[in-house]
Design a protein around this ligand. Sequence first.
Ligand SMILES: [Zn+2]
Length: 274
Amino acid sequence: MDNRTEGVIILENLLLPQEKFNEKRAGSLVGTITAVSEYLRLLYAMIGKCRDSSSRTFQGFSAKSSYGTCTSCNGTETVIDIDPARMIASELSLKHGAVLLWAGTICAPVFKIKALAKMIGIDYEKPLAEQDRRFMDILLYGYEQEPVSYVYKKKQATSFYRGCVTDLRYMRDAGTKSKGNLRAIRFFSKHVRCAACNGSKMAPELLAATIQGRSIVDTLRLPIQELLLFIRGLPHSLDVHELEVYSQVKDEIELRLVYLNKIGLKSLMIHEGE
Ligand SMILES: [Zn+2]
């Protein structure tokens, strides 16, 4: 099934208002704004040009969620991920457990970090805050220039120090069942901006699509009047098939935008991206 056939089917299935928009019965403002945004997403999915044409397959449709919603955060803008800022207590020295993930344990990384400190010149007994800031990055994300030799359980070992953030990620992604590890993962994690959609809530393939060089995010940010002009001016750049899709949504977008413009709304992206 190509995009165009898919497009027609999606249009029929979309949970968009079935009735033509009527400003006398405009209903909820959020509903009106959302409807325009959904029609625009659809338009981008169907006729948007992608830098990488292989990603021109939009799987984002589901009856329960908006079309083209980011599947990493399910449109919530955030995901729970490791927060590096929590992983080092810089007021402590390495001796007193500045690298919190391993502080107070006798795991191999404790010995490795001690050897690493000696190797690159971190003062083991001095608070990290009083030392070169680059040491913090190394402790968090690793040291790639040379491997560290250390002794653990009376055995000599040599390996690269990959950083406590990486260690914790490995633990998490390997599906650790250890209570202590799970506690650590919870402790060092928090809600962070979703990297897949950069907080836009939309699927990366939708974000990558452009119409007349504009992404969906650029378009949603346009002042309503400019957005109207953009929509009205689209036919010039569309081929026959694209025009077919456009004609199915154009009136519904336009009627709502005229109404939103009349009541004085500035843009569809209310207070976003500021
Ligand atoms: Zn996301």
